[in-house]
Write a protein that binds this ligand. Structure first.
Ligand code: EPZ
Length: 418
């Protein structure tokens, strides 16, 4: 069994360059299908989810290989437009390949991605967007069959600013005749990164980062080289780690504007934060204090992906903090594990009340999902004794080397195989 073992009680110091953004590189890998050429994704993080995306591309007939820290993808040859169930179940965000495959092949077949640790993950908005563009979408027997060899540009209105549905609509619109306007689009920085990548391919996309994205479809496309933005949630994780353990760290290569709601919360809790010239410095010398209610919401609101790690940082704060998780139904699964370490967190539906305790005791805990698993490691940094985290495959979906990065910042963390 693989574990992450954490010796608590050490403060953090030093600096770290943050990995490329998982939630950028996944839609960008789907977008490579549109190019029918060779694309070099620079600064691509080595993650389980990236491995799954590469498996999907190879299943479709594409080729991919690593060149140092870059992933080179050749989508010249496409021999299939179908993603099998076992690949869909490995990563539910594989649904974002739907729009790109449909735009390239005029058809796409895949199984329903199913739910995940965070609860049911519906894709009704994705399918509605494709239907609006003129695709025929049949859902039967747990599978999705899309047909649409002549997609027509039009206005696509999303009922919710869904990140994945926005990305699927943009990718499908690249294959539609005429102009598509995606309204009520999600505004995440990863969507801006996708737009930048698509425009390097020769696409004509504008407005990403706002609620209205405009795509002029059917542009002649070619390969490109693109460096993905840094991962704002991984950055938030390390800032929360320094807040949890105390210390003084600097993160390089991070656009502070992408996580300002997180740095605002950590500042309110008593951390000293300096942002600018491509980095963020966090100093934490005093115990944290409870803060204003933290409500997760679509970007630029407080990111749901940072909820668990901020909660971990506040477990020993002086005071109480209320969290309201508005994005997913089941995103407090890490709390039961935090209680094993002596935390005082109470859940009522979407609300979690975190009452700071004076000490946490190391224990054996089990990761329940990607960010919840990272939160358990952060709790271990501030617990007395040793904390061992099981089921670390969840964590490795989104963090290249959480133990190694924390060791670089002075923590005593090891990945062990028992
Ligand atoms: C993306 O997921 C991210 N994943 C998630 O990060 C992130 O938590 C989420 O956006 C919210 O920011 C990737 O980018 C790969 P949504 P996505 O569609 O696109 C509902 C992580 O930790 N909804 O914006 O699946 C949905 O149920 C992961 O890196 C529908 O109802 O999120 C949710 O309540 C976890 N119908 C809300 O919208 C739909 O068709 C937001 O989901 C689609 C979504």
């Amino acid at each position: 069994m693989e574990l992450i073992s954490v010796e608590g009680g050490r403060s953090l110091s030093g600096q770290l360059t943050v990995q490329g953004a998982k939630n950028s590189v996944l839609p960008i890998l789907a977008a490579t299908i549109l190019s029918g050429d060779v694309c070099r994704i620079c600064g691509c993080p080595r993650l389980r989810d990236v491995d799954t995306a590469v498996e999907i591309l190879q299943h479709l007939g594409c080729r991919a290989h690593w060149a140092g820290g870059d992933l080179v993808v050749d989508t010249t040859q496409l021999t299939s437009s179908e993603i099998p169930e076992e690949l869909m179940r490995k990563m539910r965000s594989s649904v974002m390949f739907l729009g790109a495959i449909l735009a390239r092949c005029g058809r796409a077949d895949m199984s329903y991605p199913g739910g995940c640790e965070l609860g049911p993950r519906p894709i009704d908005l994705h399918l509605a967007a494709l239907r609006t563009l003129g695709a025929e979408v049949r859902e039967e027997g747990g599978n999705i069959h899309c047909r649409g060899s002549s997609l027509q540009g039009t206005e696509v209105v999303l009922n919710l600013p869904s990140v994945g549905a926005t990305e699927n609509a943009i990718l499908a619109a690249c294959g539609a005749e005429g102009v598509t306007t995606v309204s009520n689009a999600a505004r995440e920085p990863e969507i801006v990164d996708l737009q930048d990548f698509l425009n390097k391919l020769g696409a004509r996309v504008q407005g990403a980062g706002t609620s209205t994205v405009v795509v002029e479809g059917k542009q002649p496309l070619h390969g490109c080289e693109h460096r993905v933005i840094s991962d704002r949630i991984v950055a938030a994780t390390y800032l929360a780690a320094a807040a949890a353990a105390g210390g003084d760290i600097r993160l390089e290569g991070v656009d502070w504007r992408h996580l300002s709601t997180v740095t605002n919360a950590l500042g309110a809790a008593g951390c000293r934060i300096q942002s600018g010239d491509g980095g963020i410095r966090l100093q934490c010398r005093e115990p944290l204090r409870g803060i204003h209610p933290v409500r997760t919401s679509p970007y630029p609101g407080f990111p749901t992906d940072a909820q668990a790690v901020l909660m971990a940082a506040l477990l020993r704060s002086r005071g109480t903090t209320v969290f309201v998780e508005n994005m997913f139904e089941n995103r407090y699964r890490h709390v039961a594990e935090l209680l094993r370490l002596g935390a005082d967190v109470r859940i009522e539906g979407r609300v979690a009340v975190v009452c700071g305790v004076s000490r946490l005791q190391g224990a054996r805990v089990r990761a329940t999902d990607l960010r919840g698993g990272a939160a358990l490691v952060l709790a271990g940094l501030q617990a007395e004794g040793t904390t061992q985290v099981e089921a670390i495959h969840h964590i490795e979906r989104g963090y290249e080397d959480l133990p190694g990065d924390l060791v670089q910042l002075g923590a005593c963390v090891r990945r062990i195989v028992t």
